[in-house]
Design a protein around this ligand. Structure first.
Ligand code: KG4
Ligand code: ZN
Length: 338
């Protein structure tokens, strides 16, 4: 079979990213413009600023990725873009750019759900094996999804409140570290000991999570200690927090794997770049004979490559989208291809 090339665009939050992906598994070229330095000034992503920056960068990023791939739009078999979930204004920039290119170059358009993209980041390199359970841990999601095959998605667990990445970001802020907090909390935790007692996280029979309790607990602990004139051992607190959150992710994932008798797990999303969490989940999987798939760290946070990997699956199944496709801030994966 001949090679299939897809130009894939991701702009759902604060990264403007474009990739040329071959056969859904080879990252021919990727160019990402991150807005982190701007949003850092405000302690988090400012949606209006994000969409304006996407607008400034989208054509530059697309031009540059094609240059790096040494290809042109005419060489592409399809053009893909994230359409949901994410910030509406941000999504629209990548989506409209992709649709405009499809119109001008007469190429098929493929809309991609961002969460399917995170899962498919695992296909860059080694292919996923099914049936599997996906643990998605990002800034906006904490989901356990059962997948009978590459085109079916059944939610079996979700966070009841905050997403795990959001919780890392809030705790980082409480400890005085800049946005995005996850990598900073991880770095700080490496220097500390697990010496703070943390509240128990949701430990019922379900596969759901809850992180708002631990976030409030850390906030109150820091506030009360400061009011009493005491000192917080930040490294220890980061370490105890990360351990408690990780324990909950490991326990609930283990529960899901056993309940559904599944022998493959894939981890996806920005928080999956946390080494402590990757290693803890991997050793739990080893202990129960489950194969774990984890993307390279650079494909964990938002990027165009994962969108190209997901788009290839849709391409193979002839799932194309109309050029009047609109963006949506919160569309879940459901049933067959979403
Ligand atoms: O997947 P992603 O890039 O964007 C969303 O789709 O949300 O995930 C971003 C989230 C942020 O909350 C960030 O703090 C978190 O992933 N994150 C981490 C680490 N790297 C990124 N959290 C914990 N440890 C990390 N090393
Ligand atoms: Zn993401």
């Amino acid at each position: 079979m001949r090679d299939i090339y897809i130009l894939a665009i991701e702009s759902s939050c604060d990264e403007t990213s474009a990739s040329v992906v071959k056969n859904g598994c080879v990252d021919v070229a990727t160019v990402t413009n991150t807005q982190i330095d701007t949003h850092k000034l405000y302690g988090g992503v400012v949606p209006e600023v994000a969409s304006r920056l996407h607008l400034e960068n989208i054509t530059l990023v697309i031009d540059e990725v094609l240059k790096q791939a040494n290809m042109s739009v005419s060489d592409m078999d399809a053009i893909a873009a994230t359409y949901s979930p994410g910030l509406l204004g941000s999504l629209l920039v990548g989506l409209e750019a992709a649709k405009a290119l499809c119109l001008v170059y007469d190429k098929p358009f493929i809309k991609v759900n961002h969460m399917m993209g995170h899962i498919c980041a695992n296909n860059i390199g080694e292919k996923l094996e099914y049936p599997l359970i996906s643990l998605i841990i990002s800034g906006g999601h904490t989901d356990l999804i059962y997948m009978e095959n590459e085109s079916s998605f059944k939610y079996i667990g979700q966070t009841l409140d905050d997403a795990v990445g959001e919780c890392f970001d809030k705790v980082a802020r409480i400890l005085g570290m800049p946005y995005p907090g996850g990598p900073n909390v991880e770095k700080m935790a490496k220097e500390g000991k697990d010496s703070y007692v943390m509240p128990d996280l949701l430990n019922d029979d379900s596969c759901n999570f809850s992180f708002s309790g631990i976030k409030s607990y850390v906030n109150n602990l820091v506030h009360n200690t400061k009011q009493r004139g005491g000192e917080i051992r930040k490294e220890d607190l980061a370490c105890s927090f990360q351990n408690a959150v990780c324990k909950s992710l490991v326990n609930k994932t283990r529960k899901a794997l056993i309940k559904y008798n599944v022998k493959n797990l894939c981890i996806a999303g920005g928080v999956a770049s946390n080494s402590f969490i990757r290693e803890s989940i991997s050793s739990m999987c080893d202990s129960i004979g489950v194969k774990v798939h984890v993307p390279l760290k650079k494909y964990c946070t938002d990027n165009g490559t994962m969108i190209g990997a997901a788009a290839y699956i849709l391409y193979k199944n002839n799932v194309f989208s109309d050029l009047d496709t609109n963006a949506s801030s919160h569309e879940e994966l459901s049933g067959e291809f979403n």
